[in-house]
Design a protein. Structure first.
Length: 564
């Protein structure tokens, strides 16, 4: 039957403390004066050692304790990538609270929902992110926030919210932004904690258990308002210790990120790969191609975690051809970057399957696994995890080799969705039903085929859109791609590739089809191609394509008489 178990968690090498404070304490003790964080801004370069990261995190913890944060209190973080984001995550953990990751891409309506349902008591926010004045956004959502004294907010819309802490922007001039009486500066906020002793912080950190709540993420909300996904302390720590082993990282990693830490994949992979190896996190507040290339060269970055559409944008940057990227070695989704003449790495991470609900990876192989062993699969369950594949309708476990819905449980599985009972989230055996389709082969490897609602059933065969899009993304001139299925009279569904080309590029459809036929089985090659503008590719606040809306657009464009 399609049930596979990983080795026991206690047998996994490289694991350490399983709380957020315990993790930070261990890496600080190991690497002390080594460089942990670096960020370049218009004002200069900021560098923190591990000891500084610890001290700044304790500062945040003291301020939170003085602000009334207690066991399991929720503290919102609405920031771009900056050193204070990480000192806040660790400081919240040291104080015994729960970090709530809020997307800076959120619309006002989404932000109102996130603040309300998360029940945060303290909000740490960037005053301005590019053109967005978040102080003004908050005032629009709740005018009562403007006049209250710091720490004395009274709001029926946000009844738990008491403190608003505003950080000066690192992405734009915020001189003219709204600075209400209720907004504490970062300096004043930290000053609150001067009377809180180290002994109190240490006692709080020691009282945190691996099973305690540690962080709250929100889903991308492709079909509805975002869902709050609550994770235990151990879910973070296990993945932070684990990622360097899975990726076969040798020596300290200098890990770049230009993607938000409000994504579970980014904060688990970047923090784990860098800090667990004694390396450094190279922070870019937001992804901008030209600056990213300069950072990689100047800081001798060797680890990147990004997406194909971002790597495609690099090729449009004026310094693409001249950049020295010879330091790059560990690159996720690396094929486009390998087209750069100075990139020589042969490293490749086998396919991994995971979700926000499992705090990233749940199945994989290590990066040194031979192609013959992983055989195009998503690997086997990671230590401590159990996997089963069931009939989506009946919930019955299917035989090996038969397709069905992937279900998971294990030590990094979420505690639950906020506002929902456990029985409404997990099945009777405690498994999370992912909504993703796939199968397990005879040796226990998982083959992931995509969302059950997005798998294209054409002419009796199942097609996985991510597999197709990964190949299309390699074609010169493609900036973003998403394949969807639209109804077809004889095939059932027809695969349609929706493509955003680079600016000024005309992609030859026949040449693209030849390219795909050389790399995909013939039945997987899309029957039709639609070339779209970036604004037509509807995406969520977290940057994921809204496939349902895209499918509707494709259907409309392909109607007789409509010019595609």
């Amino acid at each position: 039957m399609s049930i596979v178990r990983g080795i026991p968690l206690q047998e996994e090498p490289g694991q350490g403390a399983h709380t957020i404070p315990g993790y930070l304490r261990e890496v600080t003790q190991r690497y002390a004066g080594a460089e942990a964080l670096v960020m370049h801004t218009a004002a200069g370069v900021e560098r923190w050692s591990y000891e500084m990261l610890w001290e700044r995190s304790v500062e945040v913890a003291r301020a939170l304790i003085a602000s009334g944060v207690g066991k399991d209190s929720r503290v919102g973080i609405l920031m771009v990538n900056r050193p204070e984001y990480l000192s806040s995550v660790f400081g919240i953990g040291l104080a015994g609270g729960v970090a709530v990751a809020l997307s800076t891409f959120s619309t006002p309506a989404e932000l109102e929902h996130l603040i309300a349902v998360s029940g945060i008591s303290v909000l740490l926010f960037d005053g301005r992110v590019l053109k967005r004045d978040f102080g003004a956004v908050l005032a629009e959502l709740e005018p009562a926030l403007l006049d209250a004294a710091p720490g004395a907010l009274q709001s029926t819309k946000f009844p738990f919210l008491r403190h608003l802490v505003r950080l000066d922007s690192v992405t734009a001039d915020d001189a003219g932004d709204l600075k209400a009486r209720s907004f504490e500066s970062w300096t004043d906020f930290l000053g609150r904690g001067r009377t809180v002793t180290d002994a109190i912080v240490d006692a709080r950190a020691a009282a945190v258990a691996p099973s305690d709540a540690g962080g709250l993420f929100f889903s991308s909300g492709t079909t509805s308002l975002p869902k709050g996904i609550l994770h235990a302390q151990r879910a973070f720590a296990i993945q932070w210790w684990r990622w360097p082993r899975v990726m076969c990282v040798k020596g300290p990693a200098r890990a770049w990120t230009g993607n938000g830490f409000f994504w579970s994949g980014n904060i688990t992979m970047i923090v784990g790969v860098a800090l667990s190896t004694g390396g450094c996190i190279v922070l870019q507040p937001y992804f901008e191609p030209e600056q990213a290339l300069r950072l990689w060269e100047a800081e001798r970055v060797n680890y990147l975690s990004g997406r194909p559409h971002q790597w495609a944008r690099l090729q449009e940057a004026p310094n693409w051809a001249s950049a020295d990227l010879s330091s790059l070695h560990y690159i996720t989704n690396a094929d486009l970057l390998k087209q750069h003449p100075s990139v020589k790495t042969g490293w490749r991470l086998p396919m991994t399957f995971g979700t926000t609900e499992t705090n990233t990876a749940a199945t994989t192989y290590t990066a040194d696994t031979s192609p013959e062993q992983y055989a195009g699969s998503a690997g086997e369950p990671l230590p401590g995890n159990l996997l089963k594949v069931v009939d989506p309708l009946t919930g019955a476990v299917v035989p090996r080799g038969q397709r069905g819905e992937i279900c998971l449980k294990g030590p990094t599985l979420m505690l639950g969705y906020i506002g929902k009972a456990v029985e409404d989230v997990l099945d009777d055996e405690g498994y999370y039903r992912t909504g993703d389709g796939g199968y397990v082969d005879e040796v226990g490897r998982l083959y992931w085929e995509g969302r059950l609602t997005e798998i294209i059933k054409t002419g009796g065969a199942n097609i996985s859109p991510p597999e197709i899009d990964a190949v299309i993304a390699l074609y010169p001139g493609v900036r973003r791609t998403q394949t969807v299925g639209v109804p077809h009279d004889t095939l059932g569904e027809m695969a349609v590739a929706c493509i955003v080309p680079h600016e000024g590029v005309d992609i030859d459809e026949d040449a693209l089809r030849v390219f795909l036929k050389e790399r995909l089985a013939s039945f997987k090659v899309p029957r039709r191609f639609l070339f779209l503008q970036e604004e037509e590719m509807a995406v969520t606040a977290n940057g994921k394509v809204k496939s349902g809306e895209l499918r509707q657009l494709a259907e409309k464009r392909l109607q007789p008489g409509v010019v595609a």
